[in-house]
Design a protein around this ligand. Structure first.
Ligand code: GCU
Length: 441
């Protein structure tokens, strides 16, 4: 019960944009005012005068988000296998052309473009120590990725990364790279191993990337961080990158570092994240084919969930001043003059971009985690990407029927709704088994 309340609270608090309790009320007010102002200037750039408000994440509010399956209206999804000119992709050789079209749509309309002139990152190890994590000896390295800011010295970006590998390993090991959730403390049940211990037990390593060190998680920070550095402190243009793309860019830079670290087998690196970082993990996997496997935790709206589906969080929430910074400015249009029906791509396209690489889609229980993340919408995001996996000779989920909680749907796209709340926790053992198939040598 305590875990359930904790997880619902996290979802709700973060939905209200109030995450990070360590922030003072004054700072919170400053962030919210600056975010509002930046949101407004983006609306002006787009010529939009008003946006529709989203439904509430609070299930008791009068405008609570839809949580009733019977009230989901019919919707029609764009087809990942139909080229913009209407021709159907039927052969694997045609996929790269369609894939490029889908990237262009995500770049322009959803996540934004990574600028061509992003400065380089110089990695340095700032600390190495050997430790014991439970029964497992581990070598922990602290790294800093210093971004070259000679083009705009006012903004400094230092990416923070921690790597833990089994101490004494005699060869490079697979690593699971996690987008760290600030303030989130893992509480494994008595007798259970933490995710890091589970990986060390396998002889694998873990890594935690600090997303805020790449780009702050609010609109007020968009003139700083890697986005602000490239823009020299100016506001974004409507197709400039948002935080999700920036965090994913940072994960790719971490992977650059792994390619130089003899403790890591950079060909066997998986990307993992929860919630907003589940979205970021999906984006990182889609855009960087060097990630071998993905573990996408409760990514919800703006992740692999189908936004065409009116259940849980909606486009209007994502486009609000509390969350728009995750996306390109252009995305706001879908909560203004346009609607979710006009989206040219959806969660299934995002999964399709990961093909043929393996993706594990994780959700919490519909009661403990609640309806906001829309577990079924995430399942369908994976299921509807199936034809692309099949086209490329891989295994889809082979079902469109949302399975009962606890069922593992196990293709090269996998899905499992665990019994817990807003966490990837209980799905770690299943993900590890899944990844093992691909990591076995
Ligand atoms: C809010 C938000 C979600 C997001 C979540 C989180 O609930 O509406 O889209 O995934 O915060 O990151 O915890």
């Amino acid at each position: 019960m305590k875990r359930r309340i904790q997880s619902l609270l996290l979802l709700w608090i973060s939905a209200a944009g109030l995450l990070s309790a360590q922030v003072s009320p004054e700072e919170r007010r400053r962030i919210s005012e600056l975010s509002d102002a930046d949101h407004k200037q983006m609306m002006e750039q787009l010529g939009i005068s008003s946006l529709r408000p989203g439904p509430s994440a609070n299930p008791n509010a009068p405008n609570a988000a839809n949580a009733d399956e019977a009230k989901v209206p019919p919707y029609f999804l764009p087809d990942p296998l139909e080229l913009n000119n209407g021709i159907r992709v039927t052969r694997p050789e045609q996929w790269p052309a369609r894939r490029a079209e889908i990237f262009e749509l995500f770049d322009r309309e959803i996540y934004g473009r990574v600028p061509a002139n992003v400065p380089s990152v110089r990695w340095k190890v700032t600390d190495v120590k050997e430790d014991k994590d439970g029964d497992f000896p581990v070598k922990i390295k602290q790294m800093e990725g210093v971004v070259d800011n000679s083009s705009y010295p006012t903004v400094e970006v230092i990416i923070r990364l921690t790597l833990g590998t089994p101490a004494g390993a005699d060869k490079p090991v697979p690593v699971i790279l996690e987008f760290g959730f600030p303030g989130w403390v893992e509480r494994p049940r008595a007798g259970e191993l933490t995710w890091k211990q589970q990986l060390l037990k396998e002889g694998w390593g873990w890594a935690v990337l600090n997303p805020a060190s790449i780009q702050a998680d609010h609109g007020a920070g968009l003139r700083e961080g890697i986005i602000g550095l490239v823009n020299k402190g100016n506001p974004r243009k409507p197709d400039d990158w948002g935080c999700l793309r920036a965090w994913a860019w940072g994960a790719s830079r971490a992977l650059d570092y792994f390619e130089t670290d003899p403790d890591v087998d950079a060909r066997r690196v998986a990307i993992e994240g929860l919630s907003r970082y589940g979205k970021a993990a999906a984006v990182a996997m889609a855009y960087d084919t060097r990630f071998a496997v993905a573990f996408i935790g409760s990514s919800g709206a703006g992740g692999v969930k189908l936004l065409h589906r009116l259940f849980g969080e909606q486009v209007e929430n994502l486009a609000s001043p509390a969350e728009y910074h995750w996306f390109a400015g252009n995305f706001l249009k879908y909560a203004g003059p346009l609607t979710q029906e006009d989206l040219p791509v959806d969660g299934h396209h995002l999964v399709a971009l990961c093909a043929p690489r393996p993706v594990f889609i994780s959700a919490g229980s519909s009661t403990a985690e609640g309806p906001w993340v829309d577990a079924k919408g995430m399942f369908l995001g994976g299921a509807m990407a199936g034809p692309v996996y099949e086209l490329l000779g891989k295994k889809s989920m082979r079902t469109m029927l949302f399975p009962p909680e606890g069922t593992l749907i196990d293709g090269d796209i996998a899905f499992r709704q665990h019994e817990g709340g807003h966490t990837t926790g209980p799905n770690w053992p299943y993900f590890i088994q899944f990844a093992k198939r691909y990591f076995a040598q």
